[in-house]
Design a binder for this molecule. Structure first.
Ligand code: SF4
Length: 389
């Protein structure tokens, strides 16, 4: 980013990329495609006078089409895909001894940056699964374009994110060009989208409800809860339970992962297999969890956790650096309530139940963690110890 000397993830610099998006939307030779992240749908309404936590997903889809996007996908679908890949990775590490335990989530780019710099020795614990933003980018140009008969060189892929660090993630390394093109061309924030809607004079609240395009649109409740702290953990538990036991979880609500407590710990019983988990959010709470893991390792003791979720922002992405300003814990709680309401009303609440997820594996990807999935949906990390500890 242009401010890399000061802030490695661009999080303290308001970089406006809307002009790039307007240019693409006005270019007749380009096919603009867009994805929206889970947390955007419960916060964008605040820019138009709604209460925090009001879900306006279908109005956002409609507004994106009015702005000129030809295809509207949903990052929640890619969150389901992330769970298929990361859940499989977790189960393989637990049952086949492939890779280090605990597995640590890697879908927050600010956290990726922090770990590579300050805890590079923990890299083997990191999930190799890409974030939902990047999985969607890869799937749009490598899979959907071909299926839709659109030249991927002419696809302009935009993401709407609650996050300023996502602007850095789109060219984090060459894995972000796995389709043979730049997988995501531009990432803009919730605030930038609100500005574009206002500039275009779109009366978003009075638009008719519209649906996302398929197959990379329809999502499950597990995909939507990625937006809140503990959501990736809860979504992964729902699918890992199925992968380990071959049975669906009776009650899919995993309450210990929810809420604003800085570090949450719990144990899940998967038919006799006991999995200890930790969820940490807000950077200041993360070191304690990592130190506990390192201490146990150094003392030759059993690992305190099998699976750890980390999000850099307090409350998770619902309170990301690209969301409407003025976030308090009250606002966080309302946005989180919106996220879980979206989950509750979903037809399917587990990623592996999404019929379109099954379709993309059948038609294109093969099995989770297989060769093709690895090529497109996984990444790697490098130690970048810029600072002395
Ligand atoms: Fe971005 Fe914050 Fe979400 Fe991390 S937790 S992905 S920094 S919004």
């Amino acid at each position: 980013g242009q401010c890399s000397a000061h802030c490695p993830v661009g999080a303290i610099y308001e970089r406006d990329d809307t002009r790039k998006v307007w240019a693409a939307l006005q270019n007749k030779d380009i096919h603009p495609v867009v994805q929206i992240a889970p947390a955007v749908r419960v916060a964008l309404g605040e820019e138009f006078g709604l209460e925090p936590g009001t879900i306006i997903t279908k109005k956002i889809y409609a507004a994106l089409r009015r702005l000129g996007f030809k295809t509207v996908f949903d990052t929640n679908f890619a969150a389901d895909l992330t769970i298929m890949e990361e859940g499989t990775e977790l189960v393989k590490r637990l049952t086949e001894g492939k890779g280090d335990i605990p597995l640590i989530t890697s879908c927050c780019p600010a956290w990726v940056d922090y770990l590579e710099k300050y805890y590079p020795e923990m890299i083997p614990h990191f999930s190799t699964a890409k974030s939902p933003q990047q999985m969607m980018g890869a799937m749009i140009k490598a899979y959907w374009a071909q299926k839709a008969g659109v030249d991927p060189a002419k696809v302009f892929s935009v993401s709407i994110m609650p996050c300023t660090a996502k602007k850095w993630e789109i060219d984090r390394n060459d894995d972000m060009k796995s389709s043979g093109y730049q997988d995501v061309d531009v990432s803009i924030t919730t605030r930038e989208l609100a500005r574009m809607i206002k500039q275009a004079g779109i009366d978003i609240l009075n638009l008719p409800d519209e649906e996302a395009d398929s197959p990379l649109g329809p999502y499950t409740g597990a995909g939507t809860i990625f937006g809140a702290t503990g959501g990736v953990m809860e979504a992964a538990v729902r699918t890992a339970y199925f992968l380990v036991t071959k049975k669906e979880m009776g009650d899919v609500n995993f309450i210990p992962a929810r809420g604003l407590q800085g570090v949450k710990e719990a144990e899940v019983d998967m038919n006799g297999t006991k999995i200890r988990i930790a969820v940490a959010h807000q950077m200041g709470n993360i070191a304690a969890v990592l130190e506990k893991i390192k201490e146990a390792k150094a003392a030759g003791k059993e690992t305190p956790y099998h699976f750890v979720e980390v999000m850099a922002c307090r409350g998770g992405c619902i309170a990301g650096g690209g969301q409407p300003y003025g976030c308090t814990d009250e606002v966080r709680s309302k946005r989180i309530a919106g996220i879980y309401a979206d989950d509750e009303k979903s037809t399917y609440r587990c990623s592996h139940q999404n019929p379109f997820i099954k379709q993309v594996y059948d038609e294109f990807l093969g099995e989770p963690n297989d060769h093709k999935a690895h090529e497109l949906l996984h990444t790697h990390y490098v130690a970048r110890p810029l600072y002395q500890k």
